[in-house]
Design a protein around this ligand. Structure first.
Ligand code: GLA
Length: 728
C-alpha cells in the first residue's frame, strides 16, 4: 500500500520507489491536534522521525512554537510568521483560523475536481489518495486536504477544499493549494519571460525574505510560468535533488518561497492572494486548484520526464490525447488580415501538395475584421472575404484532403462590435474609470453564466455549421480596470478566479460537445502555457516568436515541465517577422519538428527547391512523429549556457539526437556530445552507415564536427539531426 498510516506513531507515509512524504499528527501545547510536514524527498522509513524532538518552548525568542513548526496546512493569525496556506475571516472580521486535525481517509484512485482542471486516473490502481480532515471549532470551517500519489511517475497532486459548516458566513481571504516546508536552503528555478520571449530559465537562491513568482494578469502569463523548482545548489540536469511545483491553473496565481529564521524553506502555491476574497455562506464550499509536486534525486531531466509522462497521459484528455497530431499550415503570417477565399484556397492547395494535413484560418475571418480594432465577439463569417460562407470554404478545404481549422478569441470583445452594442454590460470594467486599451480590445465577463452560455452556443454553432476540425483558442489581453456588473461588493474580489472558472466551464462544454475537434491553446503565443489549459487542449502554441534561434531557448525552457507533444512549433518565413533574422529552412524545420510541426508561411511564395525541402521535412516528420511525440525527451545542452544546444529523444529502440549551433566559432575542436540514459547495446544510424555502442555514446560522446565541410552543423544558425536504431 503506497500510503500507510502508523496509528501508534501517528505518521502518514506516502511512499514510492523514488520518493517519500511523511506527515505526522501532533498534539500542540494548546491541546489541538495538527499535522506536520516532516519529510519530502528520497525514500525513507517513518523511523527517521524517532529521534527528532519538536521544539515546543521558544519562550525567549519572541516566537511561539507556531513560528517553527512545519505545518502541513499553515493558517494565518497564530504566530506562524511565514506565508500561510489558508486565511479565513470570521463573521466579525477576525483572521484567526486554528485548524484541528479530526481524521483521515485513504482510498484508491483519485476524485475529479469540480469545475477545475486536474490530473486524473483511468484505473483506480493508478493512484492512491490521502485526505486529511480539519475543523476550526470556532467558525465551523472544515478543510479536506488531499494528496494523491501517482504510481507511475511518483508525482503527488495536492489540493484542498474548504466548507463553511458553521452558523455564520465567513470570508476566505487566502486559499493556497499546497504548503511544503523543507529543511535548509535552496535555489529557486523558474521560467520567466514576456510576449515572444517566453520560458527563460532563471535560477537564484530562495533566500530569507519572500521570493514570489506571480501573475496579476488574469492569465498564467508570459511573465512567469506557473511552475517552480526548489533545488540544492549542486543539482544539474542529470544529478541532484529537485522539488518541482507545477500549478494546474490558468488564472492569476502566486508561488512564494521563503527561508525562515530557522533556515527552513517554506513554499506555498495557489491562487494569487492579492486579488482574492471569497465569501462562504453557511453550507458553501470552496475548492483550490491542484498543484503537482514531483521529487527527484536524479536531476532536472528526470523531473521533467516524469512531468511529461504524467501530463501526457493523466492530464491531457480525449480523442487527440494519443493520436498523431496533424501537420498544419496556418495563414496568419502568410496573409495577416488580408485574404480572400481564393487566396486561402491557393495556400491550402499548395500546402496539401507539400503533405500538410490541416489548414488553419487564423484571425480576420469574422465580422468586419480587417485590422485589430473591431469585431471580436461577432463570430459570423465576413462574406466580403468568404462569399460562399464558412461552409463552402470548409467543403473546398476538405475536398483537398485537408482538415479545416479556425481561430477564435472567445473571451474578448471589441467596442466596435455588434455584441458590444447589444450587451455593453458584458464587458469587464471598473465603471466611470478610464479603460486602458490593449490591442484595441476588452475582456468579456466570463464570470457570468449568461456570457458563458452565449459563448458555448455561439462557438458550437460555428463549429457545427462550418464542419470545423480544429480550433485555435486565443486570448490577447490581460486584466486592468476590471469589475463585473453582476457581482456584489463582497464577491468582486474573487473576480479573477470566477473569471477563470467561467473559462473552464466554457472549455469543458465545448470540448465535450465536440470531442473530435482538436483544440489548441494560445494566448499571444505562450501566455497561457500551463497545465490547466492542457486539460482541455492537448497542444499549445508556445510562442508568437517563430524564429528558430529564439525558439531553441523557448522550447528548451518549456521542456522543463511541458512535453514536446504539447508544444506547437511552426516553420515561418525569413526574414523572421518577430526578430528579422534569416535562418535556413533546414534549421527551422529541425527546431519545429522537435515539437508538433506546423508551418506559418505562404507556400506559394516559395521557390521549387524550398517546396521540395518542405515536402521532405514533412515526410520525415510523419515517419518520426511517434518517436517525437511519445518518446523520452532529454535536454543535453542548454542554449542559455552554450553556443550549441542539444536534446535527444528515445522511444523503444529509436534514438533521435538534435544539435543546434547559434554562431560559428573559429578554430575549435569537434564537439563531443554525451548522450544519456540509453539502453545497453549498439545503435546504428538510419542509413546503416555507422554503429555506436551505447557506452561510447554516453561516456565518450557523439562527435559532432564543426569544421568538416560536408557536415551540416557548420556555420551560424545550423541544425544537425541523427536517427539511430538499437540493433540486437
Ligand atoms: C495572437 C496569436 C497569433 C495570431 C494573432 C491573431 O497574437 O498568438 O498566433 O493568431 O493573435 O490576431
Amino acid at each position: 500500500m503506497p500510503i500507510q498510516y502508523d496509528a501508534q506513531g501517528r505518521i502518514f507515509h506516502i511512499q514510492h520507489t523514488v520518493t517519500s512524504m511523511l506527515l505526522s499528527v501532533e498534539t500542540l501545547p494548546n491541546g489541538y491536534d495538527t499535522v506536520l510536514f516532516r519529510h519530502f524527498g528520497a525514500p525513507v522509513s517513518p523511523d527517521c522521525l524517532q529521534d527528532e524532538e519538536l521544539q515546543r518552548d521558544r519562550w525567549i525568542s519572541f516566537d511561539s512554537y507556531h513560528a517553527a513548526y512545519p505545518y502541513a496546512l499553515p493558517t494565518a493569525g497564530h504566530g506562524d510568521f511565514r506565508p500561510a496556506q489558508l486565511s479565513v475571516r470570521d463573521k466579525d472580521g477576525i483572521n484567526c483560523t486554528l485548524l484541528h486535525y479530526t481524521g483521515y481517509e485513504i482510498y484508491d484512485g483519485k476524485q475529479p475536481l469540480c469545475g477545475l482542471p486536474a490530473t486524473y486516473v483511468e484505473q483506480e490502481s493508478e493512484a492512491v489518495t490521502l485526505v486529511l480532515l480539519f475543523c476550526d471549532p470556532f467558525t465551523g470551517v472544515t478543510v479536506r486536504s488531499s494528496y494523491t500519489l501517482f504510481e507511475e511517475s511518483g508525482a503527488i497532486a495536492v489540493h484542498c477544499s474548504i466548507t463553511n459548516n458553521g452558523e455564520y458566513p465567513v470570508t476566505v481571504t487566502k486559499a493556497m493549494s499546497v504548503s511544503i516546508t523543507l529543511p535548509g536552503d535552496y535555489d529557486l528555478l523558474h521560467l520567466h519571460g514576456a510576449w515572444a520571449r517566453e520560458c527563460t530559465v532563471e535560477r537564484a537562491p530562495a533566500m530569507h525574505g519572500e521570493r514570489v513568482i506571480r501573475s496579476r494578469r488574469g492569465a498564467s502569463s508570459h511573465q512567469h510560468n506557473p511552475f517552480a523548482v526548489l533545488l540544492p545548489r549542486g543539482t544539474g540536469e542529470f544529478e541532484g535533488e529537485a522539488f518541482g511545483v507545477s500549478l494546474v491553473y490558468s488564472g492569476s496565481y502566486s508561488i512564494t518561497a521563503e527561508q525562515d529564521e530557522l533556515d527552513q524553506t517554506r513554499l506555498v502555491a495557489g491562487i494569487n492572494e492579492e486579488d482574492f476574497a471569497w465569501p462562504l455562506a453557511v453550507g458553501e464550499s470552496f475548492q483550490t486548484p491542484e498543484v503537482v509536486l514531483l521529487y527527484t534525486a536524479n536531476g532536472l531531466n528526470d523531473m521533467s520526464q516524469r512531468y511529461h509522462q504524467l501530463y501526457r497521459t493523466h492530464l491531457c484528455r480525449g480523442y487527440w490525447r494519443d493520436r498523431a497530431r496533424p501537420v498544419l499550415f496556418n495563414n496568419w503570417e502568410a496573409t495577416y488580415f488580408h485574404f480572400n477565399q481564393e487566396k486561402l484556397l491557393t495556400i491550402a492547395k499548395s500546402a496539401a501538395e507539400l503533405g500538410a494535413e490541416l489548414f488553419v484560418l487564423d484571425d480576420g475571418w469574422f465580422g468586419k475584421r480587417d485590422d485589430d480594432t473591431t469585431s471580436l465577439g461577432d463570430w459570423v463569417e465576413d462574406t466580403a472575404k468568404l462569399p460562399g460562407g464558412l461552409k463552402e470554404l470548409s467543403d473546398q478545404i476538405h475536398a483537398l484532403g485537408l482538415q479545416f481549422g479556425l481561430w477564435f478569441e472567445p473571451e474578448m470583445i471589441s467596442v466596435r462590435s455588434r455584441l458590444y452594442e447589444q450587451h455593453p454590460d458584458w464587458l469587464l470594467c471598473a465603471p466611470n474609470r478610464p479603460m486602458t486599451p490593449s490591442r484595441n480590445q476588452h475582456i468579456l465577463d466570463f464570470s457570468r453564466a449568461d456570457v458563458q452560455d452565449y459563448m458555448i452556443d455561439t462557438v458550437s454553432d460555428v463549429l457545427r455549421r462550418g464542419g470545423i476540425d480544429y480550433v485555435k483558442w486565443d486570448m490577447n489581453r490581460h486584466f486592468s480596470e476590471i469589475g463585473s456588473a453582476q457581482l456584489s461588493a463582497q464577491q468582486q474580489p474573487g473576480l479573477h478566479h470566477r473569471y477563470i472558472l467561467g473559462v473552464y466551464r466554457v472549455m469543458e462544454a465545448l470540448t465535450r460537445r465536440h470531442p473530435h475537434v482538436l483544440f489548441e491553446g494560445c494566448s499571444g503565443g505562450g501566455g497561457r502555457l500551463d497545465p490547466g489549459m492542457l486539460f482541455y487542449m492537448p497542444q499549445i502554441w508556445v510562442s508568437d516568436n517563430s524564429d528558430a534561434v529564439a525558439r531553441l531557448s523557448i522550447q528548451y525552457g518549456a521542456s522543463l515541465v511541458y512535453p514536446p507533444s504539447a508544444m506547437c512549433c511552426h516553420v515561418s518565413a525569413v526574414p523572421n517577422h518577430q526578430v528579422l533574422r534569416v535562418t535556413s529552412l533546414d534549421l527551422r524545420g529541425k527546431v519545429a519538428m522537435s515539437g508538433v510541426l506546423g508551418y506559418q508561411l505562404d507556400p506559394t511564395a516559395l521557390s521549387d527547391a524550398e517546396r521540395a525541402e518542405i515536402r521532405a521535412q514533412i515526410t520525415l516528420y510523419k515517419e518520426l512523429r511517434h518517436i517525437l511525440s511519445d518518446g523520452t525527451f532529454t535536454r543535453l545542452q542548454s542554449p542559455f549556457e552554450q553556443n550549441v544546444c542539444a536534446w535527444q529523444i528515445v522511444h523503444g529502440d529509436d534514438l533521435l539526437v538534435f544539435a543546434f549551433q547559434t554562431l560559428q566559432i573559429a578554430n575549435r575542436l569537434p564537439m563531443k556530445l554525451r548522450l544519456h540514459g540509453l539502453l545497453k547495446g549498439h545503435y546504428q544510424t538510419a542509413d546503416h552507415s555507422k554503429t555506436y555502442s551505447s557506452d561510447d555514446l554516453c561516456a565518450h560522446g557523439l562527435v559532432i564536427p564543426f569544421t568538416r565541410p560536408h557536415d551540416q552543423l557548420l556555420g551560424d544558425f545550423s541544425g544537425w539531426m541523427m536517427h539511430c536504431k538499437r540493433v540486437k
